[in-house]
Write a protein that binds this ligand. Structure first.
Ligand SMILES: CC(C)(COP(=O)(O)OP(=O)(O)OC[C@H]1O[C@@H](n2cnc3c(N)ncnc32)[C@H](O)[C@@H]1OP(=O)(O)O)[C@@H](O)C(=O)NCCC(=O)NCCS
Length: 216
């Protein structure tokens, strides 16, 4: 597996990975699955300030296995150090360390930029996402009860938080991603060369690929 910044050309594959969370479940509160062009637009807009990463198979054709991104938690100025994060991994690659690799490097880049808080909202129940975010160090904030209506039901959303850095006095505004892009590329490259975990990531056909999780 290797990590890189998402590109507009990934749009169709990102839409494919995301689609079940929109069309079949309440994981996402979107009601209509975005198209590849929609996802391409989101990637471009996101990368103007915050990271959007993809994990792809090390072997050609380098199929994208999953993605993770950060976006502003809220627009008002005092929230500028806080981001929301989210990740989606193709079911063929679940429990192979893809989500962990994506979040680990996403958080390194966010720290480099100067962000301090990461938040995740999880539509309940979602044991995989709850277990995953706990494993990544997130702590519960609280639950919005019946905050969204989708697929014939009202749904609770649990919010979790992770402190990315110390809450120091007089923090500098986070630097937009383009300003740190070179250093961030170096983090992505070092993630690719870090020792692999003892795990095997299944490829699109379900066959095992060489263990390649960048870091844990
Ligand atoms: C949640 C999700 C992103 C996890 O990705 P993943 O690549 O399978 O996760 P990883 O293999 O990196 O797991 C890292 C750790 O998270 C925890 N975890 C992952 N999946 C879990 C599950 N199904 N149940 C409990 N804990 C789980 C484990 O502690 C795991 O470490 P381990 O495998 O050494 O035990 C993936 O299940 C997914 O894409 N789900 C559908 C979309 C979704 O719900 N996204 C989150 C939106 S809020």
């Amino acid at each position: 597996m290797r990590l890189r910044f998402a590109r507009a050309e990934d749009g169709d594959r990102l839409a494919e990975i995301y689609r079940p969370a929109v069309a079949e479940r309440a994981t996402s509160f979107e009601l209509a699955p975005p198209t590849g062009a929609d996802m391409a637009g989101r990637v471009t807009r996101t990368l103007a300030r915050t990271p959007w990463l993809v994990a792809e198979a090390a072997e050609a054709p380098h199929r994208v296995l999953g993605y993770a991104y950060a976006s502003a938690h809220k627009d008002r100025a005092a929230y500028q150090w806080s981001v929301d994060v989210s990740t989606y991994v193709d079911p063929s690659a679940h429990r192979g360390g893809v989500g962990r690799a994506l979040y680990t490097t996403l958080f390194e880049i966010l720290r480099l930029q100067g962000f301090v808080n990461a938040y995740a909202g999880i539509t309940l129940p979602n044991p995989a996402s709850e277990g995953f975010h706990r494993a990544m160090g997130f702590e519960p904030v609280g639950v919005y009860r019946r905050v969204g209506y989708k697929l014939g039901d009202w749904h609770d959303v649990a919010w979790l938080s992770l402190a990315l850095a110390e809450h120091g006095a007089d923090p500098r505004p986070p630097r937009p991603l383009p300003e740190v892009r070179k250093e961030a590329e170096a983090l992505l490259a070092s993630a690719a060369t870090a020792p692999a975990r003892d795990k095997r990531v299944r490829g699109p056909a379900g066959g095992a690929q060489a263990p390649s999780t960048p870091r844990s």
